[in-house]
Design a protein around this ligand. Structure first.
Ligand SMILES: C[S@@+](CC[C@H](N)C(=O)[O-])C[C@H]1O[C@@H](n2cnc3c(N)ncnc32)[C@H](O)[C@@H]1O
Length: 292
């Protein structure tokens, strides 16, 4: 079945399937994002690198300066891997939202009893957050923006619910800005595959998303700092394939279907690796404090 983006239901369907077939979780654990391997990147366990990514983004964005009990919204929370770390290790009161019902059910099931007072999950569209303005002390969103057809609205919603003085931490898969050097025919073909294979309507450039954040009606003058984490996250792509060889039981335990499902992802992962190596794609991170 095609996973090309048509609307937010196509994204929800793709993640419901990825969650229900269980392969991703069996292979990569409860984090559906890239790992951080340090600068320069060093050999590292894939799952450990994913946990390191969360702590690296917390430190880089200054979230570690927030007091325990701060209210944090995780937009596009997957099955809650990051939300549980943010609640358990930093003492935040976390609400994770996702467009996928299956992910939210799984996120709740994976959250241990002792965290359940501080780590909640709900099905919700990031483009229509059901909260009053200024509801959260921090807003966190990792690798969700590629699925948003309306990047400005995504930026508006993140900033609308952030209180004055609150902190923003965002990670995104970005395309290189092609206004100076247009994409070559090969790059255009790869880009089309990267979009259509995994339910992405479009990628923003790093400067483009920063512009959407700073120009938002809800920015209130926030200055957004950016960085390119393509290098420290790059080993993730090959590692995500190697995990299938390191943990054959994760794949084979699902029977022949597991092998078919796993092999389906390999060409896209290799194209992602190529795109992030050549600079066609970039891993952007964004932070800002709303003037308070
Ligand atoms: C690549 S996954 C990242 C998941 C999670 N942030 C993590 O790091 O493990 C992208 C996430 O964005 C969510 N998402 C995509 N479009 C969304 C939308 N319109 N509203 C809410 N969540 C959305 C997906 O359901 C998924 O949970």
């Amino acid at each position: 079945m095609s996973r090309a983006y048509t609307n937010s239901s196509s994204v929800a369907r793709a993640y419901d399937n990825w969650t229900n077939d269980a392969l991703l979780e069996r292979l990569w654990g409860d984090h559906i994002h890239l790992g951080h391997y340090g600068s320069p990147p060093r050999r590292r366990d894939f799952r450990g690198a994913k946990v390191d990514f969360v702590h690296a983004l917390v430190r880089w964005s200054g979230l570690d300066k927030l007091p325990r009990g701060s209210r944090l919204l995780d937009v596009g929370c997957g099955i809650g891997g990051s939300a549980r770390i943010l609640a358990a290790d930093y003492g935040f009161d976390v609400l994770g939202i996702s467009i996928s019902q299956a992910q939210i059910a799984r996120a709740k099931a994976l959250t241990p009893e002792q965290l359940s007072d501080h780590c909640h999950f709900a099905v919700m569209d990031a483009l229509a957050l059901g909260f009053d303005d200024h509801r959260f002390d921090a807003v966190w969103s990792v690798e969700a923006c590629p699925h948003m057809a309306d990047k400005q609205r995504y930026a508006d919603e993140l900033l609308r619910v952030l209180r004055p003085g609150g902190l923003l931490a965002v990670a995104d898969w970005n395309r290189r800005d092609d206004t100076q050097t247009p994409l070559s025919p090969l790059e255009r073909w790869v880009m089309r595959r990267l979009l259509d294979d995994w339910a992405h309507p479009e990628f923003a450039s790093i400067e483009g998303l920063r512009g959407h954040l700073q120009d938002s009606n809800h920015a209130d003058g926030v200055r957004v700092a950016i960085a390119d984490w393509s290098k420290p996250t790059l080993p993730s792509w090959i590692d995500s394939i190697l995990e299938g060889l390191r943990r054959p039981a994760a794949v084979l335990g699902l029977g022949p279907r597991g092998v078919v499902l796993g092999l389906r992802e390999v060409p896209t992962i290799l194209l992602m690796h190529w795109a992030f190596t050549t600079g066609l794609m970039q891993f952007g991170v964004f932070k800002g404090q709303k003037p308070g």
